[in-house]
Design a protein around this ligand. Structure first.
Ligand SMILES: [Cu+2]
Length: 101
């Protein structure tokens, strides 16, 4: 019986090891940010050019009408927090609206 339980323990041990694999985080994500304070199309432009210059940002689509920005970026290079900080530096209030991967 001791051998049997040892073999069982070994299987459990090996089983646990193989379950440790985690799905790799997709590098490029698309996140919508809600932005308060945009009043004209040059607001769109300034946010767009600011975000586009940030390393890791793939595409930016700012809409003053909707009060939001859709940003596609490499999550391994830049975080949502840093993008929000970048928008805040221009004097606008930003928050994550929705994220899809
Ligand atoms: Cu403006």
């Amino acid at each position: 019986m001791k051998i049997l339980s040892f073999v069982l323990a070994l299987f459990v041990f090996i089983g646990c090891g193989s379950e440790k694999k985690e799905a790799p985080k997709p590098a490029v994500v698309k996140v919508s940010f809600k932005i308060d304070g945009m009043v004209c199309s040059s607001c769109e432009k300034s946010i767009e050019s600011k975000l586009t210059k940030i390393e890791g940002v793939k595409s930016v689509n700012v809409s003053q009408e909707n009060g939001d920005a859709e940003v596609e970026f490499d999550a391994s290079k830049i975080s949502e927090e840093k993008l929000i900080a970048g928008i805040s530096e221009l004097g606008y209030k930003a928050a994550v609206k929705s994220a899809q991967q």
